[in-house]
Ligand binder design. Structure first.
Ligand code: F6P
Length: 552
């Protein structure tokens, strides 16, 4: 492990490796990507890496060989590799919850042995996968029928956060691999509109609800699940016996599942060593498995595993998640970058960035270190973005000519999905935009280049592009279940690397608790007008206004 004293490890910004980077940053103050490329004709080819099907170009980053060397030294000094190995070994690296962090075991092959407290967890992982497979086959073949004997044609996943974002994202990404005869919807918001819109055109007799909740106590999910049960029983004019054929649960909490009225036979288990935002390759992925089938689901798991192995074993110079994590440390720590854009050039990745928001921001949105001391350096960035080319006609103006430095990931695919038919002809145009954007962001357009086009002098500053905006390009042959698994594991481990360098616990999420507690206190005041002890004057007045507007 990294060097420690009684207060814990040396503060990041006190380390010589951090100071060396700060000095190096000053030396690079005036560096422009145009100059870095001019000085090294081989840069575009040299600054690339490959992991599995993912080709990564990091040449358009504000880095030199020296930057990368210093960043790797920082990683070594902060114990990234030791923490990584401890994670894979099943040590309790989630210190504030005293839990192991073993999502990598969810995609380990049957032959692997991963012990937690002396017990190999891999057989249990595969037993659940097999149970999911049997169930998926029964639904997809029509063998499992609803209460009235009708075949299940609609799947509604009810969950929130990690029990929604992963399967909802992956279902969108892999739509072309889904059984198009199944309607698959995702309900997360406690706003009744979400459930209403999801079920309003469905036949209850053909509908399966998957209640996904690690804890099975999350108020949004339990509220929506209760409403869904009421809807089903009303629509079917049936009693509680209908629930068994229309409700299954994905959870770690068998007791609460049984309390809710779901037979634990119809529960697919996972474990407390799987964090919610790291869980969609666990039983939480059941809706996805129903949609794409067990074989494709296993291909996806193999994609995850491939990148796990790469992260675990590749040397630092070739380690892609390490590089991505360190680039983020560089921009946050030494360029004051506040945010990070993820810009997929695939419409199927429309929910990809929303998924990454939880993965990254819930993991690394922390301001105390693992020992509880305030950190004196930037931690996780604001992650945002939408698929290209839509963003180009919305916020790319700010990326190109705004005042902020926003590193961005561009993710694209060489081949459009087969199903597009004649529409595949549009793919070259999509990808031409993809390549053009990273070029424009990096190299910009100088005032002289603008003048050479005959632009009036007063407009020259407006039409000049400073450039020097860093981007990563991730290019794969095609979007497949395996490639999706590879991409997600890549980001999981990138987030891990950053949390390790910043010395924060990337696996807890205490920051979501306060709002939950306050909402519970305020809810009765909205309905009954009861006073909430200790409520501030602003919120008290807003509650009164709300009641007035509701005519209460
Ligand atoms: O938002 C907090 C959180 O605990 C997430 O970490 C989690 O993914 C989500 O709520 C849902 O939790 P559960 O799966 O227990 O319903």
């Amino acid at each position: 492990m990294s060097e420690t004293n009684t207060q814990g490890p040396k503060a990041l910004d006190q380390r010589p490796e951090w100071h060396a980077l700060a000095k190096h940053r000053e030396e690079l103050a005036d560096a422009h990507l145009r100059d870095l490329f001019a000085a090294d004709p081989g840069r575009g080819g040299r600054y690339t890496l490959q992991v599995g099907d993912l080709h990564l170009d990091y040449s358009k980053h504000l880095v030199t060989d020296e930057t990368l060397r210093l960043l790797r030294e920082l990683a070594a000094a902060t114990g990234v590799f030791e923490l990584r190995d401890a994670m894979f070994r099943g040590e309790r690296i989630n210190v504030t919850e005293d839990r192991a962090v073993l999502h990598t075991a969810l995609r380990a092959p049957r032959s692997a042995v991963i012990e937690l407290d002396g017990q190999d967890v891999v057989p249990a992982v595969h037993a659940v996968l097999n149970k999911m497979q049997v169930f998926a086959d029964r639904i997809r073949s029509g063998e499992w029928t609803g209460h009235t004997g009708k075949r299940i044609k609609n799947i509604v996943n009810i969950g929130i956060g990690g029990s929604d974002l992963g399967p909802a994202m992956a279902y969108e990404v892999l739509r072309a691999w889904t059984d198009r005869d199944l309607t698959v919807r995702f309900v997360s918001n406690v706003d009744g509109a979400d459930l209403h819109e999801a079920v309003r055109d469905l036949d209850a007799a053909e509908t399966l609800f998957i209640i996904a909740s690690k804890t099975f106590t999350t108020i949004e999910t339990i509220t929506n699940a209760t409403s869904a049960r009421n809807w089903l029983l009303t629509e079917l004019r049936a009693d509680e016996s209908a629930v068994a054929k229309h409700f299954v649960a994905l959870s770690t909490n068998a007791e609460k599942v049984a309390d809710f009225g779901i037979d634990t036979q119809n529960m697919f288990e996972f474990w407390d060593w799987v964090g919610g935002r790291y869980s969609y390759d666990s039983a939480i992925g059941l809706s996805l498995m129903l949609a794409i089938g067990p074989d494709r689901f296993r291909e996806m798991l193999a994609g995850f595993h491939l990148v796990d192995e790469h992260f675990r074993t590749a040397p630092p110079e070739e380690n892609v998640p390490l590089l991505l994590g360190l680039l983020g440390v560089w921009y946050g720590g030494f360029h004051d970058a506040q945010s990070h854009a993820v810009l997929p050039y695939s419409h199927y990745l429309s929910k990809f960035t929303a998924y990454l928001q939880q993965l990254d921001m819930e993991s690394n949105g922390k301001s105390v270190d693992r020992q509880g001391n305030p950190v004196g350096w930037q931690t996780g960035p604001v992650v945002w973005g939408t698929p290209g080319t839509n963003g180009q006609h919305a916020y790319y103006q700010l990326l190109h000519q705004g005042t902020k430095l926003i590193p961005a990931d561009f993710i694209g695919f060489a081949r459009p999905v087969d199903e597009l038919g004649p529409l595949a002809a549009q793919h070259d145009l999509l990808m031409a935009n993809f390549f053009a954007q990273t070029q424009a962001l990096a190299f910009g357009k100088t005032p002289d280049e603008v003048r050479a086009e005959g632009v009036a002098e007063e407009l020259v500053p407006h039409k000049t592009f400073r450039g020097n905006h860093p981007t990563t390009t991730i290019l794969a042959n095609e979007l497949s279940p395996s490639v999706l698994g590879q991409l997600i594991a890549l980001y999981e481990h990138k987030v891990f690397v950053q949390g390790a360098v910043w010395n924060i616990d990337s696996f807890d999420q205490w920051g979501v608790e306060l709002g939950k507690v306050l909402a519970k206190r305020i809810e009765p005041a909205l309905a009954e007008g009861s006073a909430v002890p200790g409520l501030d004057t602003s919120t008290t007045a807003l509650v009164a206004k709300y009641r007035e507007l509701r005519g209460r």
